[in-house]
Design a binder for this molecule. Structure first.
Ligand code: XMP
Length: 537
């Protein structure tokens, strides 16, 4: 087993997933309890295969090692470091003889605790970098065995290691950082500044696979199968029993898969509904009605709540306030429904990136409150069932496929729960929604015609709230700016903007300014994630 210490990383769970995909058990723990867990496993199971700690991974994290006081005694950590928000760990961990891999903050922590030096980076680095291997050293490095020179790796850091501990060697660098991969091969302690767990890092899985081999394990790649899905259904059955549950379908893949799982578990005791918040894209509600009627053998309740949502959003401009107002409005509708039907449970299609961005784990920071997680009110009269809480979108699609979900839903582009509200900067008004819907419809049509829609994670329009000057028919015009966002990704943790043909961008831009009178400028968003998120709010 691998113990994964979560220092608050956005991607700690993704590291766990990669390790599990390699057929190895992982236990994710907070730094506060890590040593106690490692010791208790080592004591109890020294001679057993099951549950033995074979390796330890330190995740990344948002804090700055640079600001953290040096570790002295266990008592000091609790009193100082944790409260200052820079989690650390008892250096005894390095004496256990168990291989350790530190990623990002994890690497910096290893170097600082063992006598190296970390500095706030002059050049903060987010997104792609090229890894340069140190040729003489690499031949002997087991961590980078079989990894070619010049691969693209994904960075997301402000601080960096500027001096490695005495008994460490640097085996790879990038143009901006001198110590991208460091190791002490005798003690089997390794540190890497980039993120091998995100799909945008080339050979990331192979690097993790190499670490598992260093731990004496025999990694094998595994998959989601029917048995796996049956177990999820059984779990739901056990927790809901004979009670009723309501589920809000959005037409997206997550809520559809969640609903199907619960339907298989409790049958008619599931009450599926679709809430029209008025924040949907053009024609969305009608399309969804059609899809549901055709493919689901379920009686879906359609609730028109447009007025309620617009009222809740009146004069709200702050993105987090918007998300919370929408979350609250959804819950009010659910609670009404629950009262009418006597349901005790609420099914949500929350997936892992929603949880982590809402700071669902101890040391993680809030990036945005996903309406179905961080935006839920503290007191709620419904218990939650979130069968997909531990999965990523591509895994959800695999589960959906096993459940027989039609292609049309399975491969739909994701659409955020708070809908167009997070694609309009500033206050939401009916007028802005109307402008955005028109521009977005043109974008959807053109991508479909160019047959690009299925290759992209998402493509959509953003109402930027910026007015600029234009000229139309010799007259001065002062109008809105629409941004186009088109991204490629495999899970929601990292993404790159799509390199689209200029002709397509020009066609879209021309159509938007000609067909949507209020708009006189169109821009293309060329930012990756990180540092940007996919949605603008
Ligand atoms: P970001 O903008 O965080 O988005 O990079 C990652 C993916 O998640 C979707 N998204 C949401 N989905 N509720 C959802 O169900 C939400 O509150 C939410 N916010 C973002 C987004 O569309 C993208 O695919």
């Amino acid at each position: 087993m691998i113990i994964l210490i979560d220092f608050g990383s956005q991607t700690a769970h993704l590291i766990g997933r990669r390790i599990r995909e390699l057929g190895t058990e992982v236990l994710i723990v907070t730094p506060e309890v890590a040593m106690q867990k490692i010791r208790s496993f080592s004591r109890q199971r020294r001679d057993q295969d099951d549950g033995r700690v074979d390796g330890i991974i330190f995740s990344g994290g948002p804090a700055s090692v640079y600001n953290a006081p040096r570790y002295k005694k266990r008592r000091d950590i609790i009193a100082s470091d944790y409260e200052k928000g820079a989690p650390t760990i008892d250096p005894e961990v390095f004496k256990l003889g168990i291989p350790i891999l530190g990623i990002c903050y994890g690497q910096q922590l290893i170097c600082q605790l063992l006598g190296g030096e970390v500095k706030a980076g002059f050049k903060k680095e987010y997104g792609p970098a090229i890894l340069e291997l140190k040729n003489q050293k690499i031949k002997e490095s087991k961590l980078l065995e079989g990894i070619p020179d010049g691969i693209t790796v994904w960075m997301s850091h402000g601080d960096e290691v500027i001096k490695v501990p005495n008994d460490f060697e640097t085996i790879a660098t990038t143009k901006t950082i001198p110590h991208a991969v460091v190791e002490n091969k005798n003690k089997k302690i390794y540190g890497i500044q980039f993120h091998p767990e995100v799909v945008h890092t080339e050979f990331g899985t192979e690097i993790l696979e190499n670490f598992l081999k260093i731990c004496g394990l025999n990694p094998k790649r595994s998959t989601i199968d029917e048995k796996f899905v049956e177990n999820i259904i059984k779990d739901i059955k056990d927790s809901v029993g004979r009670e009723k549950a309501i589920c809000a379908l959005s037409g997206g893949v997550d809520s559809s898969v969640a609903a199907l799982l619960v339907h298989k578990a409790i049958g008619k005791n599931l009450i599926p509904c679709y809430i029209d918040s008025g924040l949907m894209r053009d024609g969305e509600t009608d399309t969804l009605r059609g899809v549901f009627a055709k493919h689901y053998n379920m009686d879906i309740k359609i609730i028109d709540a447009k007025k309620e949502f617009l009222k809740a959003l009146k004069e709200v401009a702050d993105p987090e306030q918007k998300r919370k107002a929408i979350g609250k409005a959804f819950i009010e509708v659910f609670e009404r429904l629950a009262k009418e039907s006597g349901a005790k449970f609420l099914v949500q299609g929350t997936i892992y990136p929603d949880v982590i961005e809402s700071a669902g784990t101890k040391h993680a920071r809030v990036i945005k409150s996903h309406h179905n997680v961080g935006a839920l009110p503290k007191k709620m009269n419904l218990a939650l069932i979130e069968p997909l809480r531990n999965f990523y979108k591509d895994e959800v699609r695999k589960i959906g496929k096993i459940l027989g979900l039609p292609e049309q839903i399975l491969n739909r582009q994701p659409f955020p729960g708070p809908g167009l509200a997070v694609r309009i900067i500033g206050e939401i008004t009916e007028k802005k929604l109307e402008i955005l819907r028109k521009a977005d419809k043109i974008i959807q049509q053109e991508f479909e015609e160019a047959d690009l829609e299925k290759k992209l994670w998402q493509v959509f329009a953003v109402f930027t709230g910026i007015k600029t000057t234009g000229v139309r028919g010799d007259e001065r015009a002062y109008g809105e700016t629409i941004a186009i966002r088109a991204i490629e990704a495999q899970d929601a943790m990292s993404a790159n903007f799509a390199k689209l043909p200029y002709e397509l961008l020009e066609k879209i831009s021309t159509r938007i300014v000609n067909e949507v009178r209020e708009v006189n400028r169109v821009v293309y968003d060329i930012t990756n994630k990180p540092p940007a998120t996919m949605e603008w709010e």
